[in-house]
Design a protein around this ligand. Sequence first.
Ligand code: SAM
Length: 127
Amino acid sequence: MSNIKDFKRWFLEEYDSSAWQLGASRFIGIERELYGWSACGLMHLLNTALSFMDEGEEYLEVGTYGGRSLVAALKDNDNRAQVIDPFPGDDGEDMFQIWSRVVDEHKIRDRVTFHREFCEKFAGEMT
Ligand SMILES: C[S@@+](CC[C@H](N)C(=O)[O-])C[C@H]1O[C@@H](n2cnc3c(N)ncnc32)[C@H](O)[C@@H]1O
């Protein structure tokens, strides 16, 4: 991201301002609707960070769970994402099905490349 300085400036100027609150409020519906960990402020931060990415860069999400942060990151833009999550454990398959439905319902499937594996393995495959 060559615009990292602009992103930092935006963050320092806006964080906790009324503009920030307004921006974060765009994500209330996503926070209520989708399983995940990210609160509205973090989703606003993430979504805005993507707007500073260079052309051709993709957002990398390690751990996507119910798709909340992913949907927030890709909201109102045309960015693409690489997503890594093995969905392990007894309820992993159920959560994967939920995530998959969310990706379809939010019409971002064609912008997401999904890797069902642990990030450590994924990183190992890249070296
Ligand atoms: C905290 S949740 C992710 C929340 C999501 N980013 C959000 O904010 O809505 C953690 C996710 O990380 C995944 N995970 C755990 N260890 C991982 C690993 N080593 N590589 C990739 N994903 C992992 C889990 O399966 C789970 O879905």
